[in-house]
Ligand binder design. Structure first.
Ligand code: NAD
Length: 280
């Protein structure tokens, strides 16, 4: 009898647990900005889809009119706000975009920075051939822009908030052809720790997500990218490549109150690849 009561109790608890998670969406009532959506293959799309499923309201920026046009239907579906132009390499564009968001959308709870750039011709061959111009441009767009986003985020987040940026394992170990982007990611990861400390007193958390390789517009610029995908699939403890959905769900968690004690971290979402040293 006691055992029956115990089993029934456990079942009822599980039942209510499931109902709770079906009803409660972890981003319900939260509003945020996605920077870096180019198309449905973007990592930002996986993040936006997950955040939307979890109840968030989204607003998007786009680098150019071309991308604005391409993503306007997604923006309508995911939040209903007009896409705001923001080329992060241009002085004042981040500040102007954030002023516009503040006026038209109001305060935000989170920001996703999913932006990187290098001249495609320098994402192949030897790293030492990187030009000074591309080194500076890659650092500016892929790393410095996140610092500027964080500085301007403060006025959009009067009640605290959470920011994430996207990085890759090439910052930690050598990955063929990743070249200058690896250095930009290493600097970006270090900036995450400094920014987390700068913004912590305002209740703003800053983290990085190190995604495994995913076929996207930007990734197609990296030489022999399909070989990188294959290598990671073979050494992954989960025996597969990571998906946009895997990355999106981890980002939703980090941006939600469930991660309220996590800041200054780089979380690997790579099916465990970065944990493997040697594999036979
Ligand atoms: P993507 O091409 O879909 O997205 C890159 C985005 O960067 C585009 O929307 C582009 O418009 C934006 N961008 C570039 N220059 C900009 C500028 N000057 N101003 C504003 N926006 C600009 O590719 P993705 O793979 O989804 O890349 C998103 C992020 O994820 C990048 O930081 C990338 O390094 C990172 N990442 C990608 C992978 C991968 O394998 N795809 C793995 C780990 C990390």
């Amino acid at each position: 009898m006691q055992l029956l009561n115990f089993l029934l109790g456990a079942r009822i608890q599980t039942f209510f647990h499931i109902i709770f998670w079906l009803i409660v969406m972890i981003m319900d009532g939260k509003k945020g900005l996605i920077m870096g959506l180019a198309n449905k293959f973007s990592i930002a799309y996986g993040i936006a889809e997950s955040l939307r499923k979890q109840g968030a309201e989204l607003v998007f920026t786009a680098q150019t009119d071309y991308f604005k046009e391409k993503i306007s239907d997604i923006a309508k579906e995911f939040g209903g706000h007009e896409v705001i132009l923001c080329d992060v390499s241009k002085d004042g564009e981040i500040e102007n975009a954030f002023d516009k968001i503040s006026n038209e959308v109001g305060p935000l709870d989170f920001i996703v920075h999913s932006i990187a750039f290098s001249d495609k011709n320098e994402l192949t061959g030897k790293y030492y051939n990187t030009s000074r111009a591309n080194f500076l441009n890659a650092m500016n767009i892929s790393c410095y822009s996140f610092t500027e986003v964080c500085r301007n985020a403060q006025k959009l987040m009067p009640n605290g908030g959470s920011l994430i940026t996207m990085t890759y394992y090439g910052s930690e170990k050598v990955v063929p052809n990743y070249n200058v982007m690896a250095l930009a990611k290493a600097a970006l990861e270090t900036s995450v720790r400094y920014l987390a400390d700068d913004l912590g007193e305002f209740g703003i958390r800053v983290n990085g997500v190190s995604s495994g390789p995913i076929k996207t517009l930007a990734a197609s610029g990296v030489g022999e990218f399909s070989k990188i995908l294959e290598f990671e699939r073979n050494r992954s403890p989960l025996r597969r490549n990571v998906t946009r959905e895997d990355v999106g769900d981890a980002c939703s968690f980090l941006l939600s109150d469930l991660a309220s004690g996590i800041t200054g971290e780089i979380i690997h979402v790579d099916c465990g690849c970065s944990t493997i040293g040697v594999k036979f």
